[in-house]
Structure formats: C-alpha cells, structure tokens
Write a protein that binds this ligand. Structure first.
Ligand code: GLU
Length: 457
C-alpha cells in the first residue's frame, strides 16, 4: 500500500509559515516513506473560500518544493458526503436537533450549575416523531449530530470511553469521548461540516497517515469514531505543535502576516522558509538545509516539541545568507538574467559577490558597481586622494586574474610605504564607492584594466 498523506487547507486566505509547517511535515513524511501527497482544498465554506486563495496556495506549495500527485476540491464532492450522511442516518448514529444557539447556551449554563460536564445533553434524542413533525411544521430546520459511541446502553448516561492512538508526532495519545459533545456534521442549511467531509475524503482517497496541527487532537478522537461508523479504520494520526509569532500570538491566514507569498516576494529562498518552518520547535538545530532530500534525511516527527514554538522571521535572513553563499551559478543564473546580469562575466561575477548577499536581488547593486562605476555613498577622504591617484600609476598590465590585486597592492605598498587598512580602504572606496563588499581580488578581473583606470580619482 502506498503511503498517502494530504495537505488540506481551507482556501480562506494566503497560507503562512504555520500552514507551511503542516504541508511540509506531510511532504517530508511522504518523501521518507516513498509515498505521495494529495492537495485537498477544504472549501465547503463557500462564503469564506475563494478560488484566488486556492490558486495562490497551490503556487506557494509548488514554490516550496511540495509536489502533490493530485489536487481535489471538497466543493466538487458533495455526492460523497450525501452518501455518507445517508449511511450514518441509516445506522442510527446521526440524529436531528432543533436547538437554537441561545437555547444551547442556556442548557450549557444549566449543566454547569448542576456540576455536569458542559456538553450537549442529547435532549433531541428524546424527541418523538410527532415532536419533530411539529417543529418542522413551525418552520424549524434540523441540524444533525453524530452520536458518539461513549455509552453502553443508555445514551443519556455517557461513560468514560478512551480512544487511543499512537501519534506519529506525540506518541501515545488519548481522548475521552465522554468529555465531548456529539459533533454537528450537517448544518441547518444542509451544508456539511469539515469533521464529516474530511473523514469521507480520507477514506475515499486512501489516506494512510494524517499529520496536522495539535489543535486537531480532540477532533481526532471524534473522527476516529466517524471512520469506524462509516466502516473504515482510521488512518495513522500525527499532531505537530503550532508556531506562534515572537510575541506568542497564533498565526492567522486572515491577517496575511508572514504569508508564503510575501516571503517569496521579499526574495527569500524556498529552502530558507522550508528549513525554518520545519526545524523550529524540534530538537534539530535550525540550519539552512540545501534541499528537500537532505531535510527529509534529518526529519523525525518524534523530535518535535509538544508545546507551541516561537518563530522568528529574523532568522530567515541568516538562513538565506547561508544558502546564497553556497549557491552554484546555474541555480542563480535565470534570476540573474532577469535582473539584466548576463553575458560572459556573469558567472565570475556571481562567484565573486554571492558571499556578500542576503538575497539574490542584492546582486543588482554589485552589478551596477562593476558595470557603471562606484556607487558613491562613501566619499574618498581628501588626504587619500593623491595616494589613490598615484596608485593607479602602478596598475599591472593585463592579462588579469585573481593574483592581480596582490601584485598591485604590493607595488602600491612599495611606492607609498602604506600598508594594511590605510592602503586597502581608500582603494576599495575608489573602486566601489563602498567601505565593504566582496573581495577586491575577485572584483578586479571583472573591472579589467580599462574599467579600473576609469575609476582613477
Ligand atoms: N481544513 C482543515 C484545517 O485547515 C484541515 C485539518 C486536517 O488536516 O484534517 O485545519
């Protein structure tokens, strides 16, 4: 049996680094086990779901390096849910309820006052066919609850019913069904809730492993029962910890904060985002992994912390730098070309400057320096003017290579008696207009003798 996982976002906003963690835990799990991933849009909430969010999500996960074998939309699968609802009704485990939210709240308070757990007391199960007909004649429409298997003979006397699973991430996990309300699976308007549709799809799509955020642990207890009521065995389940902002707030799709799209537009490398999203809150160090396969090799769901973890976007810069400093030319070439960095100098240029960049886009500045001349943020000090002008007199003849800088500065040293920083810094400023940057030994051959002489003050 092929290991099959799914990433099942609701397309109600742009996915952020926290959603990315879920997608990646699944993808890495699939990679490790030679499995496959299905991208499933949980878009039954037609008011909040938008096609543009689904499209952006598909593009985002592709950019991250996640390659689904297929893409599904719950909004196109109502026939499956209709059939499941019919089966549950026929089995007598889906029952109609007519309480309004206000009534439910009153009942909840009453139970609390009587020191009973504040769960739904199943009053609707007591309704006779006549009662129901009367309510419906008065215009009430039912919502439908799933009868949790948490009692022996009497549904009004729930007893401790522990559902166990060996969580892929958290180890032994349990939920007591007696502490939960029967979940609503069908709303008054006939629309289905995620609790049901997810199970129906997981069965139909042959999902073998579900990995999702730990905000779904209780849901899992409920859904295991629904799997069984539909005659299936629940897949293996895993729940990873959630990421929060540095100040401890949860991430929300609605605010668009730290969306994958914004990180991409800011020029971060996918593997910087991927490494941070996966390794934060695990026992592994947060380091930049060069590719998905190397990350999969160290990925161990069990090494994930059980409490929520703070995610610091500032770390992205460090990770991005590491990736760029080691990035081969052929990986950067296309993007450099788009920035106008092309031609026979492009490769040597990239190798010269990459060690000084945080983002690929930062290369543009150095290309300007090489092609157009110093960007003169940093003026040459007046007392260095004559020293630099004279230095250009001893510029070596071509051909130039990486040794030229050394030959030149040796000659300048002999000529002027200067050494160390008072020798190098004025030359750097004259050549680039900046006080720091890539090795001049690498830049000089890119400038060539003519280009260098043009910078004589
Ligand atoms: N649409 C659900 C969510 O985004 C999916 C949860 C699950 O993976 O089952 O939370």
């Amino acid at each position: 049996m092929t290991i099959t996982v799914r990433f099942a976002p609701s397309p109600t906003g742009y996915i952020h680094i926290g959603n990315t963690r879920t997608a990646l835990f699944n993808w890495l799990f699939a990679l490790k086990h030679n499995g496959q991933l299905i991208l499933r849009f949980d878009d039954t909430d037609v008011e909040r779901s938008k096609a543009e969010y689904a499209e952006a999500t598909a593009a985002d996960i592709d950019w991250l390096g996640i390659k689904p074998v297929r893409v599904e939309y719950q909004s196109k699968r109502f026939a499956f849910y209709d059939a499941a609802v019919a089966a549950l009704k026929a089995a007598g485990v889906l029952y109609p309820c007519y309480e309004t939210p206000d009534e439910l709240e009153r009942k909840r308070k009453l139970r609390l006052a009587r020191r009973l757990p504040p769960v739904y007391g199943r009053d609707a199960l007591k309704l006779t066919a006549e009662d129901r007909a009367k309510l419906e004649a008065e215009g009430h429409r039912p919502h439908w609850r799933f009868l949790l298997p948490n009692f022996k003979d009497d549904p009004f006397a729930p007893a401790r019913t522990i559902v166990h699973w060996d969580d892929i991430v958290r180890g032994e996990e349990t939920v007591d069904l007696a502490s939960l309300s029967d979940p609503v699976l069908v709303r008054e308007d006939g629309t289905y809730l995620y609790t049901l549709t997810s199970v129906v799809d997981d069965i139909d799509m042959g999902i073998t492993h579900i990995i999702r955020g730990d905000d779904h642990v209780t849901n899992s207890g409920v859904q295991i029962s629904i799997f069984e009521a539909l005659g299936a065995k629940a897949p293996a389940l895993g729940h990873h910890n959630l990421l929060t902002t540095v100040s401890g707030e949860g991430l929300s799709k609605r605010t668009g904060a730290l969306s994958v799209g914004s990180l991409r537009r800011d020029g971060y490398e996918p593997m910087a985002v991927v490494s941070l999203a996966v390794l934060t809150g695990t026992s592994e160090n947060v380091v930049a992994m060069p590719d998905m396969a190397s990350l999969a090799a160290v990925f161990d769901p069990k090494a994930t912390s059980k409490s929520s973890s703070k995610f610091d976007p500032a770390e992205l810069d460090t990770l991005n730098r590491t990736l760029i400093h080691a990035m081969p030319f052929d990986v950067a070439a296309e993007r450099l070309r788009e920035m106008g960095i092309d031609g026979d100098k492009a490769e040597a240029f990239w190798l010269a400057v990459r060690g000084n960049l945080t983002r690929v886009a930062d290369a543009a500045l150095w290309w300007t320096v090489i092609q157009d001349g110093p960007v003169s943020d940093e003026p040459l000090a007046a007392e260095d003017h004559d020293f630099v002008a004279a230095a250009f007199d001893v510029l070596p003849q071509e051909p130039w290579n990486r040794e030229t800088w050394k030959q030149w500065t040796e000659a300048v040293k002999t000529q002027s008696g200067r050494k160390g920083k008072p020798l190098f810094m004025p030359l750097r400023i004259a050549l680039t207009g900046l006080a720091s940057g890539p090795e001049l030994a690498d830049l000089l051959p890119l400038l060539g003798r003519e280009g260098t002489l043009a910078r004589r003050p």
